[in-house]
Design a protein around this ligand. Structure first.
Ligand SMILES: [Zn+2]
Length: 171
């Protein structure tokens, strides 16, 4: 079982839903980041329903990361959020397999330095595999935009992932 550590772009990609094996985790500062945008925060909460968990990294973990970033020359390029994500990965690696989902090169670089696995988010068109829509819980009509209730029947809407055509690539 792999624990996937998600940065903000990974949270917003919808990719974790395709993972049949593995847990999704992230840090409080990522939640804070996506909470700035209502639409983004809805995706975050949707993933929470699917099992996404938020953990605070340990102080020791942050120290390990700062040490590594100092040595690899990434210190100044790492934001507080980046450090926390890496620190959480350091913490969780003690317990098992960990993979950071991020497109950030500084995070990837420090992860390399620490011997932590990572995977890009936008590679393989992963971020394009899903579209988010809102479906009425009553009449099942699908809407592109969020509304507090269905304009047809008045039932609440819920967020659903709609697959875009097929997963085969277009050339
Ligand atoms: Zn309806």
């Amino acid at each position: 079982m792999t624990v996937f550590v998600l940065d903000s772009s990974a949270v917003l990609s919808g990719k974790p839903i395709t993972l049949s094996e593995g847990n999704m985790v992230t840090v409080p500062s990522v939640e804070k980041e996506v909470a700035k945008n209502e639409e983004d925060y809805r995706i975050f909460k949707y993933l929470m329903e699917k099992g996404l968990q938020v953990f605070i990294p340990s102080k020791e973990g942050v120290e390990v990361v700062e040490n590594a970033a100092g040595k690899s020359g990434d210190m100044r390029r790492l934001s507080q959020v980046d450090k926390e994500l890496l620190a959480l990965a350091v913490d969780l690696k003690k317990k098992g397999d960990v993979c950071i989902l991020t497109d950030d090169y500084s995070i990837q670089n420090v992860a390399d330095f620490l011997g932590i696995r990572y995977e890009g988010v936008s590679q393989n068109g992963i971020s394009k595999r899903f579209v988010w829509v809102y479906q009425c819980t009553g009449c099942k009509k699908v809407f592109k935009e969020y509304m507090s209730s269905c304009p047809v029947c008045g039932s609440p809407l819920k967020m659903v992932v709609k697959k875009r055509f097929t997963l085969s690539r277009k050339r």
